[in-house]
Design a protein around this ligand. Structure first.
Ligand code: FAD
Ligand code: NAP
Length: 545
């Protein structure tokens, strides 16, 4: 194994990990535990990934804290105490910093360093990387823990640079926070980030104007202090609950996925079930029936239920109507989980503007101009989302065999085998890459499964003196076809979502995550490994020069 020493001007490692979020931290811990030399490179000036960058007011997890936690260390789980049912961003960031300290990860993490290029050298079977700080690194393996939602979309509005007020992006919020007191604020977007921040900004600003292009479905979180009885129960049944989460389609135990279909029960019964789950909060609603994401008629019943809820909360019927989604099935865009979102539109200082009907034309020096009117603003908040799933990978100049770039390879949409590796890019792993359950799953569960699989794989290869592992083109093609086939059997492709790449102008429309369910996927990964990495080509280290 390499020792991480500086050789000429190039540093050498067994493994380079890019990104120090939930994925990168655990990846480092696992690999270092097996004696590999590892270095993590992180663009930010702190660890935590998503929870480092997204500091907007109201940011919190939409899966209950007890489930959105690492499960690999019972000691960590025992000593860490979540204060709320849905942890807030500051608490999540403290948790990830605690993990970095507790497992002494910091010495092997280099902050403020963006990996800009990675090139596979076919002769030595190693990756050569370049960083924004001008460093050269050589590693046998490269693990991209770069995140599915880590590259913000650029504001695509003419005139932004001429705006005289302040602009903010939810995905790179100032560390010291923002005081909107007395200001006229505009928020562009109504995805999860906006839906969490809008009630908070409305409570502080003199006036808030929300610019909505497409309404989203949102369900209440019913957040509050964590129930000590729940914590005790988890402590007692931790292993059982971990297994139950991994056996659930979305990797979330608390959703309680029903096996009943929506139309096999009476309307009254269905209403009661939806009401109970609405009152429980969070994603419980989509677990109500097994066919909600596959059958349009079933889905329509949940759509109607949420529409009624919006109408019952929002006092102005016209505003309620604009807030009600009508063009896509529920849950085919990420379901939002909120605290007081719809009720915020009852405030006198909040205005909703339908920019689906009259699009934003420009940012002006004093505000924002739509096809219908000019809005005077002191500050604009962009909550416009991410170049999801592929943006972080195509943003690095990654070149595999024959100098082919990842960008070229994915020009028509991402192609991977299991969301873990890409044909033509040996020894390069992607944590929660496209083609894996990733964002359709509790990410804590998805990340641990990927990191464990990658660790086992690297260990296997090392024990057997394997120089390179690479997805075969056949296995990759079959997996891509399977991912598409499964998606086509659901309602997901009916929405213009970021899952489809539809939020970024010019991005190919391909459903990117795997919707076959986490347990099915996990079993497939285990089977592949048990069969000596079926679908992968292994090359002996003796072939390296
Ligand atoms: P990230 O946390 O995104 O970390 C990736 C890191 O890689 C970043 O720090 C980034 O700076 C770094 N990086 C990227 N490219 C480079 C490069 N070229 N060089 C160096 N560093 C680089 N998931 C859930 O399951 N439940 C939730 O409730 C939930 N809430 C979310 C809320 C928000 C606001 C967002 C944006 C996402 C949320 N997610 C949620 C998804 C979330 O991204 C994952 O849960 C998880 O945090 C991902 O961890 P990660 O380490 O894989 O990626
Ligand atoms: P998003 O869901 O992609 O929402 C972006 C919003 O901006 C959408 O309403 C979009 O409208 C709008 N928008 C984008 N470009 C626009 C334009 N040119 N003009 C007008 N409107 C525009 O992004 P996000 O809210 O940051 O969330 C991304 C994902 O991160 C979520 O889906 C979720 O997975 C995760 N997340 C989770 C939480 C949580 O609750 N824990 C919080 C935040 C984020 P259109 O719909 O019309 O494109």
């Amino acid at each position: 194994m390499a020792d991480g020493a500086v050789k000429s001007s190039t540093r050498e490692f067994d493994v380079v990990v890019v990104g120090a979020g939930f994925s990168g931290l655990y990846m480092l811990h696992r690999l270092r535990g097996l004696g590999f030399s590892v270095r993590v490179y992180e663009a930010g000036d702190g660890v935590g990934g998503t929870w480092y960058w997204n500091r907007y007011p109201g940011a919190r997890v939409d899966i209950e804290s007890m489930e959105y936690s690492y499960s690999f260390s019972p000691d960590l789980a025992d000593e860490w105490e979540w204060s709320e049912r849905y942890a807030s961003q500051p608490e999540l960031l403290r948790y990830l910093n605690h993990v970095a300290d507790r497992f002494d990860l910091r010495p092997d993490i280099q902050l403020n360093t963006r990996v800009t290029a990675a090139r596979f050298d076919e002769a030595s079977m190693r990756w050569n990387l370049k960083t924004s700080t001008g460093e050269s690194i050589s590693a046998k393996f490269c693990v991209m823990a770069t995140g599915c939602l880590s590259i913000p979309k650029a504001p695509e509005f003419p005139g932004v640079e001429n705006f005289k007020g302040a602009t903010y992006s939810t995905s790179s919020w100032p560390k010291d926070g923002v005081d909107f007191t007395g200001m006229r604020v505009g928020v562009i977007g109504t995805g999860s980030s906006a839906i969490q921040s809008i009630p908070m900004i409305a409570a502080q600003a003199a006036h808030l104007t929300v610019f909505q292009r497409t309404p989203n479905f949102s369900v209440p979180a019913h957040n509050g202090p964590i129930d000590p009885a729940l914590v005790e129960d988890w402590k007692e049944h931790r292993e059982q609950y971990k297994d139950e989460a991994r056996a659930a389609g979305f990797g979330i135990r608390m959703v309680e996925e029903s096996t009943q279909t929506a139309l096999e029960v009476s309307e009254d019964e269905r209403r009661d079930v939806y009401e109970t789950r609405w009152n429980r909060g969070g994603f419980a609603l989509i677990g109500a029936y097994s066919d909600l994401i596959a059958d349009k008629a079933a889905n329509d019943t949940a759509v109607a239920f949420v529409a009624e809820k919006i109408a019952s909360i929002v006092k102005d019927p016209k505003v309620a109507d604009i807030l009600t989604p009508k063009t896509y099935p529920i849950a085919t865009k990420r379901l939002c989980v909120d605290t007081g979102y719809y009720a915020t539109f009852n405030r006198d200082n909040v205005t909703l503007v339908d920019v689906g009907a009259a699009p934003i034309e420009a940012v002006t020096p004093t505000g924002l101009k739509t096809a219908r009117a000019q809005y005077e603003l002191d500050a604009i908040v962009f909550a416009i989302g991410f170049d999801a799933m592929t943006g972080a990978l195509t943003g690095i100049d990654i070149r595999g065999r024959g100098g082919v770039s990842m960008k070229q390879k994915w020009a028509e949409g991402p192609k991977t085998y299991l969301g873990l590796m890409v044909c033509g890019f040996p020894n390069l792993f992607t944590v929660t890459g496209p083609g894996s359950p990733s964002v359709l799953c509790n990410m804590a569960v998805a990340i641990e499964q990927h990191v464990d699989w990658i660790t086992d794989c690297i260990s296997y290869l090392s024990d057997r003196q394997v120089g390179a592992i690479e997805a075969t083109s056949g296995a990759e093609a079959e997996w891509v076809a399977h991912v598409n086939e499964v998606a086509d059997g659901t309602l997901f492709p009916h929405a213009n979502s970021w899952y489809m790449g539809a939020n970024v102008p010019g991005k190919p429309r391909v459903f990117m995550p795997y919707i076959g369910g986490f347990p099915v996927y996990r079993e497939k990964c285990e089977e592949v490994a048990a069969k000596g990495y079926e679908g992968f080509a292994l090359t002996s280290a003796a072939h390296a020069s």
